[in-house]
Each structure stands twice: as C-alpha cells, then as structure tokens.
Design a protein around this ligand. Structure first.
Ligand code: CUA
Length: 325
C-alpha cells in the first residue's frame, strides 16, 4: 500500500488532465502501461509454460539431436524477443515524438494573444506579462480556454516548470528560453512544481496556475498593472518608510516607489497573493510576520535574511505590506 500512497487525488496529477495536451500525455501513458502489462503477462506465461514442460520431461534428459519444439522456440525468441519490441518501440517513438510532442508545443508568438514569461529563482518563480506592465510571483493567472504561450528561463541554476494537469514539463536553462503551451479547459487552480533538483529548497519551489474566465482575468491583469496603493494609515505610512529606508528595498521591487530590488519577488501587489515563499505558507498576517522575522526557520537556505523585527516596527511593516492589494 505505501507504494500507492502517491496515487490518490487529482491535485498535481498528470492522470487528471485538464487540457488537450495533458490528455494526450495521459493516454500515451495508459497505452504504454497497458502494453507493458501485456508484455509482462506474456513473459510470465512463457516462463511458467517452459518451467512446466521441463518439469514434465525432467532436466537434462532432452539433450542431443533436434529437440521437439525447437523450431517453435526459435520463432518465440525471434518474434517476441526481437521483432515485437522493435515494432512496438518504433510505434511508441513515432506516437510520442511526432504526435504528442507536437500537440504539447507552444503556440507561435504571433499566433497567440497572451505570452507569459517565467523566470526560475532559488527558490521561487518570477512571473512577467510582457507588454502589460505586470510582474508577480509564484501565482500565475491565465484566461481559461485560451492558448497561452509560456516562455521559461532561469536567473541562476537549472529548474523545471511542470503543471502535470496542463502539460508536460519544460526546463528552465541558463541563457536559454524554452516555450510551451499553457492551456486550461476549465477555470480552476492548478498546482505546479519545480521538477529538476535545484538545491536545498527544491521541494518548496511550487507555484499555482489560476485559470479564470477571460473577463475575470482581464480585471486581474488591469489591477496588477497599477502601481502600489499608497499607505492608507499612519502605521502603514511608517511601514512604507521602514521598507524603503531599510534593507527590504535593496532586494524587492514595489512599483510606484523607490524600491527596485531584483533579488526577491516583486511585492507591488503582495496582498493579492494567497501564499508566500513559493506556496510554502499561506499569506496571512501571522505567517507574513513569521516570514519577515525568521524566514530561515520557515524555509532554510532561502536568500532572505532574518530581520529580527519586533513591536511597533514589525506591526508598521505588516500594515504597509497588507495594504498592497
Ligand atoms: Cu527549482 Cu527544483
């Protein structure tokens, strides 16, 4: 049973496809699985059959001269051992490399209305909407039932972007941009995960794709394109000053302010996101406070230093960040 522990549920499962590409991949998997089971059944049946035959006749007694059934034996070896594998593997190669790879490919840049650019970082995902003035992190939004061209690269080591329910995996390689189609048949949240080992927090390098009805997506995009909201309270104002004068602004960008850092995620609309630290924790006041004061306890090895802030300073910073809707 432990061997099947990972098989339940639909979250992040390539066997619960939600796009035409993922459906092709899933059916290829089932065909290969079915073929493998038939092959295994045949091999086991032949083994049992030969074992029974030997047992009936006794070992070593049939030596010398042409043995009965030798012709059949040769046919089985050449047929099942050489011809069938060549035909099967060649067919699978053609189906997967010619047909499935084609259906999972990215739409051409000039044939799609939306391109999303994703940059892998240790250990989070930068998400850019070229030409729309939108930068966010870890939570992608796309319109449902619309082919989106997704371009992937990395700022440091090799990562790999994978949303099992929507398409195959695509590597994020330094100095290179790879593209794939991102398409969701139905609105919903699809979980994705980095699937190339990339260091200490590889397992905590998740992301989500929110597929929304096109009108909802357009509203989201317009809201994200706006500069950060001005602080609404005295506490938030002093939080903004702490953010801009302190170390935060050297690593983070908040559009509409003087913070232009590029090491960590863009925080312009931080409060509109539901999670922090590449889906490691939910985005609440409490977890945000934990993250600011002791992020190394939450996600050891991440690039954010611990800021042992307490009392008024921390509350002010939280008030400011929570206003960034
Ligand atoms: Cu990034 Cu594994």
């Amino acid at each position: 049973m432990p061997a099947l522990a990972g098989c339940g549920g639909r979250t992040q499962s390539s066997l619960a496809p939600e796009s035409h590409a993922a459906k092709d991949i899933a059916s290829l998997f089932w065909w290969m699985m079915g073929g493998a089971w038939i092959g295994l059944g045949l091999v086991v049946a032949l083994l049992l059959w030969s074992w029974q035959r030997r047992k009936r006749r006794g070992f070593g007694r049939d030596s010398g001269g042409v043995k009965p059934g030798e012709r059949v034996g040769w046919l089985v070896v050449v047929g099942a051992g050489i011809v069938v594998p060549i035909v099967l593997l060649a067919t699978l190669f053609v189906i997967s490399d010619v047909f499935v790879i084609k259906t999972t490919e990215a739409p051409a840049a000039n044939a799609t209305r939306l391109t999303v650019h994703v940059v892998g970082h240790e250990w989070w995902w930068e998400v850019r909407y070229p030409g729309k003035g939108v930068v966010t992190a870890n939570e992608l939004h796309i319109p449902a039932r619309t082919p989106v061209r997704l371009e992937v690269t990395t700022a440091d080591v090799i990562h790999s972007f994978w949303v099992p329910q929507l398409n195959r995996t695509i590597d994020a390689i330094p100095g290179k941009t790879n593209a794939i189609e991102l398409y969701a048949e139905a609105p919903g949240r699809y979980r994705g995960q980095c699937d190339e080992f990339c260091g200490l927090q590889h397992a905590h390098m998740a992301f989500s794709v929110d597929a929304e009805p096109p009108a909802v997506f357009r509203r989201w995009l317009a809201a994200q394109a706006r500069p950060a909201a001005a602080p609404a309270s005295a506490a938030a104002q002093s939080g903004e000053r702490a953010f801009l004068d302190g170390a935060c602004s050297t690593c983070h960008t908040i559009r509409g302010t003087s913070a232009h850092g590029y090491v960590g995620p863009d925080l312009t609309h931080l409060a509109s996101r539901t999670t922090l630290a590449a889906l490691a924790i939910p985005n609440t006041r409490r977890t945000l406070a934990d993250w600011i004061t002791d992020s190394q306890a939450v996600k050891p090895g991440n690039q954010m230093p611990d800021f042992r802030l307490t009392g008024k300073r921390l509350q002010a910073l939280l008030a400011y960040l929570e206003g960034l809707r």
